[in-house]
Design a protein around this ligand. Sequence first.
Ligand SMILES: Nc1ncnc2c1ncn2[C@@H]1O[C@H](COP(=O)(O)OP(=O)(O)O)[C@@H](O)[C@H]1O
Ligand SMILES: [Mg+2]
Length: 331
Amino acid sequence: MIISTIGSHSALQLLYGAKQEKLKTKVYCLEGKEALYRRYPVAGEIITLSSYEDLLNLKPERDEIFIPHGTLITALGEKISEIPFKIFGNREGMIWEMQRKKNIKLLENAGIRTPKTFSPNEIKSLSIVKFPGAKGGAGYFLCSSSDEFEEKLSEILSSKTITEEDAKTTQIQEYITGVTMYPHYFHSLIYDRVEMLGIDRRYETNADALGRLSQNQTAINPSYKVVGNQPLIARESLLPQILDYGDRLITASQKLFPPGLIGPFCIEMAITPEEIVAFEFTSRIVAGTSLYISGSPYSKFLFGDEMSMARRIARELKMAMGQKRLEEFLS
Ligand SMILES: Nc1ncnc2c1ncn2[C@@H]1O[C@H](COP(=O)(O)OP(=O)(O)O)[C@@H](O)[C@H]1O
Ligand SMILES: [Mg+2]
């Protein structure tokens, strides 16, 4: 079996984890990005692409399994459906992740508390305004009234951060004043269970820099571009609900797009003094898992071993192959 992926996001972890499980590895890099994968020798083979669209015309090897991550989604969008590789997981899940309406619909169907959504004329309290595909929040802004919404929208339209087209598909949400947490789940078909292998906190700029300014200096719009991740351990009494959210998301995904989410996924949440609120889900490995190459406290409890998310994926695939069930895990 050959494990392949695109050279960015969590590729170093993915290839290293596959190697730990004694699988062959291959990385597809944009021209000029190979250097990193030569410096860290985790890829058995490096293939150069002139654009990510080249992936649509490649002929994968017979025993090659491609592991999708965030870059694939941003680079190809809905063209993911056409990629000629066997992908670990359900590619339908990635389509649900990409479209903001579907993304929130899955969380709602799972009975998970999500932020209230408003139309522009309903804004009466602190709200966050998001635009389609703007991963990392370029142009996102906060406002507390319909007038403020119109004012800030025309400001960012004139600065050309977003297009008129983007402005038509805004998502306006209740702003959750809570501590963000990103648990790393894994839906195992082999063990028929949802595992929670680690939690991180995203370090987002400049949102996480604003706390260093005094209140009268903070008339700055926050943005949410992720620059890194920090490890986080949840208060133990929060774990039952965090685990329950993972179970519920899988059950709902199985109803909405059978066979549902398979393998790694994440629920992006903010924890307030009263409740756990989820604002987005991710259908594949998240980059914060790379914190735990040597395992996390939670993966230790489950496996007593150095079990990163990448190694967990490789282990599941090997077991699936051993049980002659590989097709169930791929799409
Ligand atoms: N309803 C919300 N309340 C408070 N903060 C939020 C809310 N929704 C998103 N955020 C913050 O904005 C970041 C980006 O939002 P998200 O919905 O995950 O969009 P994307 O990942 O597509 O940019 C989150 O990681 C979080 O820090
Ligand atoms: Mg997000």
